[in-house]
Design a protein around this ligand. Structure first.
Ligand code: SF4
Length: 194
């Protein structure tokens, strides 16, 4: 029987729109905070991974692209990718980088540093992204956070696309920091050992 479609089955479209909007106006990157906060709310309040299973546009995109374009090798990922040390290690790394981004924002807020109109890919490569600085009436730290957050979103999506092509479509989900974080919250909340 055909699975009845819900509005949230189409959130993969939102995942694409998000990156397009950030290309033209970097402030739109703030909207990505929804994808950070919602999974945590579901995990803390509901004790479940409903967001991952139903509402994650990025996860949907990784599933839909290979179905449509046959662009995944469909090979099992190396075992270490799903191992605890890698998943928690990657989460720790991701949170450190998130903290670093918040610090950069603070430096701009305090006037110790100037606004950098670049998107940093893979936490390393600085890509000029000046054209997206279209609204200059907001405080510079707000824009700095946008650049940092967009970099994070773009980098994680690119990693997700790479592993989607190399291995199975949703390989990213095995070590996605949001997935790991919500899993830990659910386990703690439901009284199970991690
Ligand atoms: S694990 Fe990450 S990418 Fe996968 S569905 Fe959950 S939040 Fe989305």
């Amino acid at each position: 029987m055909e699975h009845k479609k819900h509005w949230y089955d189409y959130l993969w479209i939102w995942a694409i729109i998000y990156f397009v909007m950030g290309f033209f106006n970097i402030l739109c990157a703030w909207l990505g905070m929804i994808d950070f906060i919602l999974p945590l709310i579901f995990a803390i309040v509901g004790g479940n991974k409903w967001f991952c299973n139903n509402m994650c546009g990025r996860g949907q995109l990784f599933a839909i692209l290979p179905k449509t374009f046959k662009c995944s090798r469909q090979k099992p990922a190396p075992g270490w990718m799903a191992s605890k040390w890698f998943r928690y290690g990657f989460l720790a790394f991701f949170l450190t980088m998130f903290g670093n981004m918040v610090c950069q924002t603070w430096l701009v807020f305090s006037g110790a540093s100037s606004l950098k109109q670049v998107v940093k890919l893979f936490w390393t490569f600085k890509v000029p992204w000046k054209w997206a600085y279209t609204v200059q009436s907001v405080p510079e730290w707000v824009t700095q956070y946008s650049y940092g957050f967009y970099s994070l979103m773009l980098t994680s999506t690119l990693i997700g696309l790479i592993v989607m092509v190399l291995y199975r479509p949703r390989t990213w989900c095995t070590f996605c920091p949001m997935g790991t974080m919500t899993q830990v919250i659910c386990k703690v909340r439901n009284g199970k050992q991690i």
